[in-house]
Design a protein around this ligand. Structure first.
Ligand SMILES: NC(=O)c1ccc[n+]([C@@H]2O[C@H](COP(=O)([O-])OP(=O)(O)OC[C@H]3O[C@@H](n4cnc5c(N)ncnc54)[C@H](O)[C@@H]3O)[C@@H](O)[C@H]2O)c1
Length: 295
């Protein structure tokens, strides 16, 4: 007779920012399935209210613009008031931010992007910490991006903010470890969500439709041969939130279907490598030369 496995987040309370859509929403769904009660913090009021109805008693919503630290504090305090404490903070809200590059630097756009993507992470951890200490410890998870690791994935201000998230996570872990608070970052690859449509100025339904197209077509972009789904990141967030990752802090988990494992020619034989390109050889010619060398 096998015992029923216990839920991985039983009796835990989580705050998730950006919980109304994409990665945050998929994570909220998984956290609730695993027994957590969740405060969903987002700027999308209608979607937030729908979540409260859908998960009656297990989810509360706070309108929270994460670029404004007092709103993050209020959302965390609401979670504590409603659910009796806090165990997990998932600082995940985000958007594409300023599209400016090096030469068209725009101070206001840079600051606004960093307020949403980086300052919110620092503010959230700061406000959550006293509550996590009261519970004897907890887990903070911050959403970074592959644009923190490599150029070419996102605009400049976004990429630098996401790199800041990684380093913040490491340095903060040193201070928080003494309180048994673990803090880690997630590094998602190319995940089919509304973020791309929003970057192109689309409204919610249009952005959702584009996300579906990305889901159907982006498999070719990833070595693993399928598109990245919000659930892929949610499963990693669940791991980092749960006791299964109890010895992991100050680091990051890349969840990208292998897209950053190397240049495309490393995993796609139809794409010529740098030597073939330099010599003007096709992949077929390179394969033929290799075969001849083996004989
Ligand atoms: N989708 C990807 O390919 C990808 C890759 C790497 C990192 N990320 C990161 O993942 C996180 C989630 O994005 P997603 O892909 O799920 O996109 P999404 O657009 O589906 O979800 C983002 C959520 O954040 C909310 N949000 C935006 N600005 C906010 C603000 N100022 N205050 C509060 N909430 C705000 C939105 O309303 C939305 O619900 C972001 O931090 C994003 O940068 C996404």
């Amino acid at each position: 007779m096998s015992a029923t496995p216990s839920l991985r987040l039983e009796n835990k309370v989580a705050v998730i920012t950006g919980a109304a859509s994409g990665i945050g929403l998929a994570t909220l769904e998984r956290f609730v399935e695993e027994g957590a009660r969740v405060l969903a913090a987002d700027i999308q009021n209608e979607a937030g209210r729908a979540l409260v109805e859908r998960f009656a008693g297990r989810v509360r919503f706070a309108h929270c613009d994460v670029s404004d630290p007092p709103q993050i504090k209020a959302a965390i305090e609401l979670a504590v008031a409603e659910f009796g404490g806090l165990d997990i903070l998932f600082s995940n809200a985000g958007h594409g931010g300023s599209p400016a590059g090096v030469q068209d630097f725009d101070a206001a756009g840079w600051d606004a992007t960093h307020a949403v993507l980086l300052r919110s992470v620092a503010a959230g951890a700061s406000f959550a910490t006293p509550h996590l200490i009261r519970r004897g410890g907890g887990s903070i998870i911050n959403t970074s991006s592959i644009s923190a690791l490599e150029a070419g994935w996102a605009p400049l201000a976004y990429s630098v903010a996401k790199a800041g998230v990684l380093h913040y996570t490491k340095v903060a872990a040193a201070e928080l470890s003494a309180h048994r608070i673990r803090i880690n970052a997630l590094v998602p690859g190319f995940i089919a969500t509304s973020i791309f449509g929003r970057m192109f100025g689309m409204d919610t339904p249009q952005a959702a439709a584009l996300a579906q197209q990305v889901a159907q077509r982006s498999g070719v972009a990833n070595p693993i041969g399928r598109s990245g789904q919000p659930l892929d990141i949610a499963e990693a967030a669940l791991f980092l939130a749960s006791d299964a990752s109890g010895f992991i802090t100050g680091t990051h988990l890349t969840v990208d279907g292998g897209i950053t494992l190397g240049p495309r020619h490393a995993w796609d034989p139809s794409v010529p490598g740098p030597m073939a390109t330099a010599l003007g050889l096709s992949p077929e010619q390179v394969a033929e030369m290799r075969a001849r060398a083996k004989r």
